[in-house]
Design a protein around this ligand. Structure first.
Ligand SMILES: Nc1ncnc2c1ncn2[C@@H]1O[C@H](COP(=O)(O)OP(=O)(O)OP(=O)(O)O)[C@@H](O)[C@H]1O
Ligand SMILES: [Mg+2]
Length: 410
């Protein structure tokens, strides 16, 4: 079996258009005898109607016909989206002057001259049907591929979204944990205040008040009140810093903000993860630097970079080192250099770290989306650039650069 025979699984549906009844009969019989489904049409108008009803796989089209000639029928079929892809083979008598260039220009795929050789007609028909079938298959496959690409884009967006939600979840859990300590201390101190007040009442009920004891109890009350106050203040600070961070991470509004405060907020948020480690964090940023940009994006990027330093650079915080965040302004661009002194990255790995799902930490739950999200945030939201330089044993250096509107508060 030849390649062509394999591809044409079922014989095609062919429309034959010719105004000469003898020709029409001859072609119809030839093709039907060879297993094709044939629809004859004696003129151009009926041919167009027939195509509108059922699309043929191929058309054999006579040129010289009264009313609508073959060229015009072809032009109309090619002008319609519905029928433009049907291959058209022109037929013309040898004594007719056939304009071959015109035939190809208006969309004909081939031509046959009358009187025709049966074998030649069959060979040409088969070839063009095969090509048509292959085109259809390619189009089908292309559609399927498009659908798959769409599906992949959708899945990727969903994953990025769920990673964002997961990072917000981690943030909430971290804050809840952070809040526990100051609130616990404040509750303890407040309940000791209660006991002290009772003691004072008892002292005052006595006929002779022991002044020393009274002063001592009042001092204890003072200390407890101070402790309650300072811890409640810390809790309040945490809550407002949390509010800023959470709002910035969920809304993507541009707003004015102080860069240093935002960096400190992130470091505060991650305090719990870093407090048991020997990692020193240094921020070099002017206190009064205020910009108009997206604080949420900056927070998310910094959170990812810091968590990466902790997990990858310093082996989950088991090793000591430094993290330095240096912010400078160059014209209307914010430059942020983030570096750690951790274990660094192999040179062939550095190229891949911004790719989605690239992680060296899959076994420990890394999804490989952290830096991909950072890259996207810098590219699409901040409209800037981010690069990474690193070598084993030398830590990492991430350089970010993005445009901002700036105001320097005095
Ligand atoms: N500071 C760093 N020091 C050493 N290696 C790093 C550092 N930051 C990133 N890497 C490397 O880059 C890879 C990709 O980081 P990325 O943040 O995209 O994913 P992940 O941290 O593995 O997983 P996820 O962030 O999704 O939980 C990491 O697996 C790690 O190999
Ligand atoms: Mg990460």
């Amino acid at each position: 079996m030849s390649e062509n025979e394999k591809i044409v699984e079922k014989p095609g549906n062919i429309l034959v258009v010719d105004d000469t009844p003898a020709n029409l009969r001859l072609l119809t019989k030839l093709l039907s005898d060879n297993g094709y489904e044939v629809r004859p049409a004696p003129n151009g108008t009926l041919a167009l109607k027939s195509v509108a009803l059922i699309l043929p796989d191929l058309i054999l089209l006579d040129i010289m016909m009264p009313d609508l000639d073959g060229y015009e029928v072809c032009r109309r079929l090619k002008a319609s989206e519905h029928s433009r892809d049907i291959p058209i083979i022109f037929i013309s008598a040898i004594n007719e002057t056939m304009d071959k260039v015109k035939a190809f220009n208006i969309g004909g795929i081939d031509y046959i001259t009358k009187p025709f050789e049966a074998d030649e007609v069959l060979a040409r028909v088969k070839t063009h049907l095969t090509v048509r079938l292959m085109q259809k298959k390619v189009a089908e496959k292309t559609d399927q591929l498009h659908a798959k690409v769409e599906e992949l884009i959708q899945t990727r967006q969903e994953l990025v979204q769920s990673e964002k939600m997961a990072s917000l979840g981690r943030l909430v859990a971290g804050f809840a944990h952070e809040l526990n300590t100051p609130i616990g201390v404040a509750v303890g101190a407040a309940s000791s205040l209660h006991g002290n007040t009772k003691a004072i009442n008892k002292l005052l009920e006595q006929e002779e008040v022991d002044e020393d004891e009274l002063v001592e109890t009042l001092e204890t009350i003072n200390e407890a009140a101070d402790l309650t106050l300072s811890n409640l203040k810390r809790a309040a600070n945490l809550v407002s810093s949390f509010k800023r961070t959470a709002i910035d991470q969920t809304s993507e509004e541009m707003r004015h903000f102080q860069v240093k405060t935002t960096l400190d907020d992130v470091i505060n948020t991650l305090h719990n993860q870093f407090k048991q480690t020997a990692i020193e964090i240094q921020v070099d940023c002017p206190n009064d630097l205020a910009v108009y940009s997206l604080p949420g994006a900056l927070e998310q990027i910094l959170t990812n970079l810091m968590m990466n330093s902790l997990i990858h650079g310093f082996s989950e915080g088991k090793e000591a080192g430094h993290i330095t965040i240096a912010v400078t302004l160059l014209g209307k661009h914010l430059h942020l250099a983030y570096s750690d002194t951790g274990k660094g990255i192999e040179s062939d790995t550095v190229e891949k770290i911004f790719e989605p799902f690239f992680t060296t930490h899959r076994a420990h739950g890394g999804s490989g989306l952290g830096l991909y999200i950072c890259y996207n945030l810098v590219k699409t939201q901040l409209r800037g650039t981010i690069t990474c330089e690193s070598s084993p044993g030398k830590g990492v250096l991430f350089k970010m650069n993005y445009p901002i509107s700036m105001e320097l508060y005095q």
